[in-house]
Design a protein around this ligand. Structure first.
Ligand code: FAD
Ligand code: DHB
Length: 384
């Protein structure tokens, strides 16, 4: 079979790219190794920047998001129980939307009418320097898709980046010695807005999915196993890291999902190899502290869609030639901010008492400086 673009991966990046291309009249196919149910079962990010909201609008996939998503004017930071509210609306006239990645994915699946091949095995990109094609196996039969371009939207462990010769890639990486243990619970959120908390026992985050569903995280050592964390142990640990008033207000219940995500900063450069492009987690990972992962994946594919449309419809290579340099600028800014938020709010045993005093000084500086707060707000809302 032949399509203009073969997209590998039907996560938010692949689905959004497929939808934007479909709207422009570009013939694209998406090949995904999992089932739709599996893709929708992954509980991940929860905060959308204004740019991501605008992209959902552009994709015509935003009706439910505008009905059910929660607009937040700000968030709270807490440091050893001391609270600081950051009012994005008052600081820089921006807000964020709390709407789960699962819902974004579901809405894109519902609106997209182009071909999506799920449960594809051994998906492999070939010959992307000259005449690209993608092979896969489904129900025991081998298939081949010839195409003009391949978009690698297959996440951190995907095949696209792994197919590029190591000598053509430059990797920048930092692995943190801890992860986030996350719990989803059908209880109202502890507060109207998100709370990012630093405590000497470690970081904690109070987030939410709706007025009746909450998402909580605690920092745990990278070696920790989910099986060792009963619900009771999780709630006790979370309460211990929050301001006493917040801990008191916390409504707990049986967890409906519990998982550990490792923390990593990672960038692969460049993002174009002939007729293969990388986008989203296939190209970069941020630690989740600044809520940037999903937003960065969406902004990558917004730019990639424009570049591919320009190449295939307007017959100009300007966009695809500029893609890598263009998106890497934004990627590195998000990498810096996520690293900075992670450094401010987590405990790093190796930096000792000096490191904690520096973190405290950073928090106090933020609390006292409108400029510092504006900088955080600009980065958090992605409006830089
Ligand atoms: P993905 O969502 O990973 O989608 C890639 C798709 O490609 C998947 O459907 C996968 O099945 C498919 N695929 C993989 N390999 C192949 C192959 N060989 N062939 C075909 N298909 C393939 N971000 C936040 O901001 N906040 C969070 O709390 C947060 N939590 C996270 C928790 C976890 C466990 C993980 C892994 C990520 C988390 N993130 C979070 C990051 C955020 O979810 C990602 O940045 C976002 O999912 C990126 O979207 P993507 O489409 O690029 O990649
Ligand atoms: C969520 C995850 C984040 O990484 C974050 O910074 C805020 C919210 C969440 O899953 O709700």
């Amino acid at each position: 079979m032949r399509h203009q673009v073969a997209i590998i991966g039907a996560g938010p990046a692949g689905l959004m790219l497929g939808r934007l291309l479909e709207q422009a009249g570009v013939d694209a196919v998406i090949v995904e190794r999992r089932s739709p149910e599996y893709v929708l079962g992954r509980i991940r990010a929860g905060v959308l920047e204004p740019g991501s909201v605008a992209l959902m609008d552009r994709a015509g996939a935003a009706a439910r998001m505008h009905r059910e998503g929660l607009m937040h004017d700000g968030c709270e930071l807490s440091f050893d129980g001391d609270r600081l509210r950051l009012d994005f609306k008052a600081l820089i006239d921006q807000r964020v939307m709390v709407y789960g990645q699962t819902e974004v994915t579901r809405d894109l699946m519902d609106i997209h009418t182009g071909p999506v091949i799920y449960d594809a095995e051994d998906v492999t990109p070939h010959d992307f320097d000259a005449r690209p094609f993608v092979t896969y196996r489904k129900d025991g039969t081998e298939h081949r898709i010839d195409c003009d371009f391949i978009a690698g939207c297959d996440g951190f462990h995907g095949i696209s980046r792994a197919s590029v010769p190591a000598s053509a890639l430059r990797i920048f990486e930092r692995v943190y010695p801890f992860g986030w243990l996350g719990v989803l619970v059908d209880q109202p959120p502890v507060a109207d807005e998100l709370i990012y908390a630093h405590h000497e026992r470690g970081f904690a985050l109070c987030s939410q999915r709706s007025a009746s569903r909450s998402r909580y995280y605690v920092q745990v050592p990278a070696s920790e196993r989910v099986a060792d964390w009963s619900d009771t142990r999780f709630w006790d640990e979370l309460r211990a890291r929050l301001n006493p008033d917040t801990a008191e207000a916390l409504r707990t219940g049986p967890s409906i999902e519990k998982s550990i995500a490792p923390l990593r900063s990672f960038v692969a450069e460049p993002l174009r190899f002939g007729r293969l492009f990388l986008a989203g987690d296939a190209a970069h990972i941020v630690p989740p502290t600044g809520a940037k992962g999903l937003n960065l994946a969406l902004s990558d594919v917004g730019m990639l869609a424009d570049a591919l449309i320009e190449a295939l419809i307007d017959r100009s290579d300007a966009g695809i030639d500029a893609y890598s340099t263009h998106v890497l600028g934004r990627i590195w800014k998000a990498e810096r901010f996520s690293w900075w938020m992670t450094s401010l709010l987590h405990t790093f045993p190796e930096t000792g008492a000096f490191g904690r005093r520096i973190q405290r000084a950073e928090f106090d500086y933020l609390a006292g400086s409108r400029y510092a707060q504006q900088s955080l707000a600009e980065n958090y809302t992605g409006t830089f």
